[in-house]
Design a protein around this ligand. Structure first.
Ligand code: SAM
Length: 210
């Protein structure tokens, strides 16, 4: 999809309280969060340098070219790369000073995008000190997946995400995935339960007039 395909959705029907959220899912190739919003009737578009793994509205390109389209987006959920930010990679930081500077600048461009409601997601990372502490730290086991993977959310104009289904398992399965060319991709895909919670809870967040 190019800029021509970004016209936007039909008007909101305020009297019937039918609100279509126009949402950009930044840095998403999987389509998981995008499709969770679409299934609930919203106008969601994913954007990544990579093609989308499953068919749906997707921009293949640099998301920074699309964040400031005038009055196009009500909300953005962003999953910027964490390779040079996550504290789990701290031992390599000294060899990657320039890459880390670029990663911080990219993260900050997303946080500061001119969109009224924003969630930027990352693992435990240096952004807690370079920017600020996250608004919340969630876990897959709070959303129906018996796994441990601390995920920080920095929020603007959005309420905290409430847990939907707390389950018993506490396995770090993603960390134990066997090596392979697609390992990073598999590890980075958003958990379905978290995507559903975002679409259920933030798809209903009051949008106000626009
Ligand atoms: C940690 S992964 C997030 C994956 C996501 N959770 C999903 O389910 O697809 C980060 C993604 O950011 C993408 N990315 C990096 N720089 C980007 C840019 N300037 N514009 C758009 N996407 C970018 C990468 O290609 C990568 O797929």
């Amino acid at each position: 999809m190019g800029v021509d395909g970004l016209r936007g959705s039909s008007p909101i029907e305020k009297n019937r309280r039918v609100i279509t959220v126009r949402i950009l899912i930044a840095c998403e190739f999987s389509g998981v969060v995008r499709d969770a919003f679409i299934e609930r009737g919203h106008d969601a578009v994913s954007c990544d340098l990579l093609p989308t793994d499953r068919a749906g509205p997707h921009i293949e390109g640099d998301v920074l070219e699309y964040v400031d389209l005038e009055d196009r987006w009500d909300m953005m959920i962003a999953h910027p790369p964490c390779t040079h930010l996550a504290v789990s990679g701290a031992r390599w930081f000294k060899d990657k000073v320039e890459e880390q500077k670029d990663a911080i600048a990219f993260f900050m461009s997303l946080v500061n995008a001119p969109i009224p409601r924003i969630c930027v997601e990352n693992p435990i990372s240096i952004m807690s000190t370079r920017y600020r502490k996250p608004d919340q730290i969630i876990q897959p086991w709070q959303y129906g997946h018996g796994e441990v993977k601390a995920t920080c959310l920095w929020l603007k104009g959005l309420p905290k995400l409430e847990p939907t289904n707390i389950v018993e398992g506490r396995e770090a399965r993603v960390h134990k995935m066997p090596p392979g060319p697609d390992r990073w991709k598999k590890r980075s895909i958003t958990f379905q339960g978290i995507a559903d919670a975002m679409a259920d809870q933030w798809g209903r967040a009051k949008m106000g007039d626009r």
